[in-house]
Design a protein around this ligand. Structure first.
Ligand code: A3P
Ligand code: MG
Ligand code: MG
Length: 380
């Protein structure tokens, strides 16, 4: 797979298009040594508390406590507490980039450059989750995306808007899916303690307002990125104690019984896990495998940088270099399209599986996402 950018003469109203197509070997050589083009450094941390309030510190950090390796299966019941100990974040509230922008305002001195035209020392500011979606676009066949982009004082800000299809899916989510979502969070509670020497407390409440976020500076090809992502926990006994490599991503997945199920997991699911953790440099992903009754029947640890070895012999599988090339090219494309520096101007990029990327331009509209308080704080 690869992409190219062209300007279709017949569709000038939509502007430039971006296509996802078959790879050429030359493209794949753009990133010869995997990882050598991406280097991550943690710039800061922030937390969102039980009421979703921002704090510029690591108070919501949790600590990885795996169950004993020997002995019976851990006996986690992922359904426990769904009815009576679950506080759910209101996911109809659009938060945009606000929490990250708040962190930037509080830390702007360490991000500023000498360059007059460019206030922050980054080409792009966004959430890690938005970049994950771009990275996996060449292999995505189900869900499209809408990404709003604004150029402000030399930096491109990317903020996702919910597609109509995603909104419908969210509003009509079945009880079974809601419980599955809960089970992902419940697994985190079984695997994490609140202090480095503590033990997990599965009798507590699962509150999805709470989050610990890392802010990462990184490069992808020629692009400098500043992004934030939620981190599940840190391993106080990690062989690589520096963040972000001491961070651990926790995941749940249905237990697999056959090689065909495992191949499908590698083809369709682990790509998302890889993209999510690869971007910020989270080095380990710990999977809890769910049995039909909601208990955890096994655990497996994946090293993020070794995931490519699991898939490289399957010719029909995804390739990390294709994802990275696509992402780098999409970011380059944004630089060529969004050139007017204006916090009220939004270029809205839309993509749906099987279609090219298109964009529309919106001046001072419902898509505006850089708040006045941010523009004023950075203009002062
Ligand atoms: P699982 O990942 O075990 O499924 P994250 O893994 O990113 O830390 O997210 C924690 C949990 O949030 C997930 O657990 C899942 O339950 C829920 N979650 C994350 N992204 C989601 C999405 N796009 N839709 C529904 N639930 C999601
Ligand atoms: Mg998480
Ligand atoms: Mg997780």
């Amino acid at each position: 797979l690869c992409f190219w950018i062209r300007k279709p003469a017949a569709l000038t109203g939509l502007g430039w298009w971006l296509n996802v197509r078959r790879a050429t070997p030359t493209r794949l050589q753009a990133f010869p040594a995997l990882g050598s083009d991406v280097t991550e450094a943690e710039m800061g941390r922030f937390s969102l508390d039980a009421k979703r309030c921002f704090h510029g510190d690591a108070r919501q950090m949790r600590y990885y406590v795996p169950p004993p390796a020997e002995g019976p299966s851990p006996g986690f019941d992922l359904r426990d507490g769904y009815r009576d100990r679950y506080v759910q974040r209101d996911d109809s509230v659009r938060e945009g980039l606000d929490h990250l922008l708040q962190w930037i305002v509080e830390n702007r001195k360490q991000l500023q450059t000498e360059d007059k035209g460019k206030l922050l020392n980054a080409d792009f500011v966004t959430w890690r989750g938005h970049l994950t979606k771009v990275l996996t676009t060449p292999y995505e066949s189900r869900e499209g995306w809408l990404l709003a982009v604004t150029l402000f004082r030399g930096t491109l800000y990317i903020s996702e808007f919910e597609t109509e299809a995603a909104r419908r899916e969210r509003e009509q989510r079945s009880e079974m899916l809601k419980e599955l979502t809960y089970m992902g969070y419940k697994f985190e509670q079984y695997m994490c303690a609140d202090t480095p020497d503590g033990i997990p407390d599965p009798t507590g409440v699962v509150n999805t307002n709470e989050a610990f976020c890392t802010v990462i500076r990184s490069r992808l090809g020629s692009h400098s990125l500043l992004f934030s992502g939620e981190v599940d926990c840190t391993d106080p006994r990690s062989p690589s104690p520096q963040p972000p490599s001491c961070y651990v991503e926790l995941k749940t997945s249905k237990v697999m019984h056959s090689p065909a199920q495992r191949r499908s997991f590698y083809r369709h699911k682990i790509i998302k896990w890889w993209a999510q953790s690869f971007l910020p440099g989270v080095s380990r992903i710990v999977a809890g495998y769910r049995g039909p009754d909601g208990s955890v029947v096994g655990l497996e640890t994946f090293e993020t940088m070794k995931i490519f070895k699991l898939i490289r012999d399957d010719r029909g599988c995804w390739k990390p270099a294709v994802c990275m090339n696509f992402c780098a090219a999409f970011l380059a494309f944004l630089k060529t399209v969004v050139t007017e520096d204006n916090p009220k101007l939004v270029h809205l990029f839309a993509w749906n599986p099987g279609h090219p990327v298109s964009y529309t331009v919106h001046q001072d509209s419902q898509y505006r996402f850089l708040p006045d308080w941010y523009v004023e704080a950075l203009s002062a």
